[in-house]
Design a protein around this ligand. Sequence first.
Ligand SMILES: *[C@@H]1O[C@H](CO)[C@@H](O)[C@H](O)[C@H]1NC(C)=O
Ligand SMILES: *[C@@H]1O[C@H](CO)[C@@H](O)[C@H](O)[C@H]1NC(C)=O
Length: 290
Amino acid sequence: MATGPDCQYVTLLILLHSLTSESAKFDVLGPTEPIVAVTGDDIILPCYLKPNISVEDMTVDWLNLDFIDEHVYRYQNGRIIQEDQIPSYKGRTSLFKEELWRGNTSLKLTRVQGTDEGLYECLIKSQRWYEYVQIQVHVKAVGSRPVVSIEGHREGGMGLVCQSEGWHPEPDLVWLDSKGVSLSAGPPETHRDIKGFYTVKKHVIVQETDTNLFTCRVQQRRINEEVETEVHIPSELFDYTTPWRWSFIVSWSLGVITVIGLPLAVYWIHKKKAYLWTRNDRTDDLPDLG
Ligand SMILES: *[C@@H]1O[C@H](CO)[C@@H](O)[C@H](O)[C@H]1NC(C)=O
Ligand SMILES: *[C@@H]1O[C@H](CO)[C@@H](O)[C@H](O)[C@H]1NC(C)=O
C-alpha cells in the first residue's frame, strides 16, 4: 500500500523538520554607525536577535577582531565563560541578563580605555544556526596640558622639552615661535602605555628672540582637540657667560603660571646655584652636568 499511515508519518516529519529549521533561523542586528567612546565612560554595544527569540540556550560571543583565540565576553548554556577572556576586559564586561529571554545580547563595557578601540563582533550560535554583526568602536581621549622643561644650553641655544600624556588616538606635537611659525625640532618620542594611551615628547633648541615666547602645541585633528602651553624664557638664561654647572628642570603647566612663576624660578635657581657652588667648593664631588 503506497498511501498507508507510514507515508503520512514521513510527510508529517518532513513538514515538522522544515518548520523547525525555518523558525530556528534568526538575524543578528546592531548599530550601523561606529560607536565613539570617551575614555573612562561606560558604554553599551547594541546587539539583538530578529525575531526576538530567547538566547538563554545559545552561545553569545563578543569578540574584538584584533585578538585571535580570545574573547571579550562569552555566554554559553546559561553560564559566563571566563576562560580565554582577553585580560584587559576582565571585570569590565557584562550582558543584561534580564534581556536575554527576548534576544537582546547588548554588551555593557565599563571604564573605556584606549586598548578597547577596534572592530567588534557579536556572534550568536544556536544548535542549527549562527549569525553575527560587526561594530566599530573608536576611543578618544584628550591628553594633559603640555609640560615644558628647560634643559639648559644646547648646541648654541637653549634646550627645551615638552611632554603631554593620556592621548588617544596618537597626537602631533609642534613647537612654535611667538608668531606661530613652526620651529624645527627633534623627532617625536611616542610611548603607548598598557591602557592604550599615548604620551608624546619633543625636544627643541631655541635661539633668543625679541619676545622669547615659545609655544608647545599638542593636537589630534581626527577628534578636533588641541592643548598648548606658552613659555617665556628670560634673556638672562640665554647668557653664555653664566656657567651652567648642572642641568635643571623647571616645569609649568600653564602659560599664565609661567609669567608669575618664572621670576620665582629664576630667583630659586640663582639661590640654588650659589648653594651648589659653595657645596662644590667644599667637596668638589658634584658631577658636571652642564
Ligand atoms: C518581540 O517582537 C514583537 C514584534 O516584533 C513585539 O510585539 C514583542 O513585544 C517583542 N517581545 C519582547 C519580549 O520584546
Ligand atoms: C537591550 O538592553 C539594553 C539595556 O537594558 C537597552 O539599552 C537596549 O535598548 C535594549 N535593546 C533592545 C533592542 O531592546
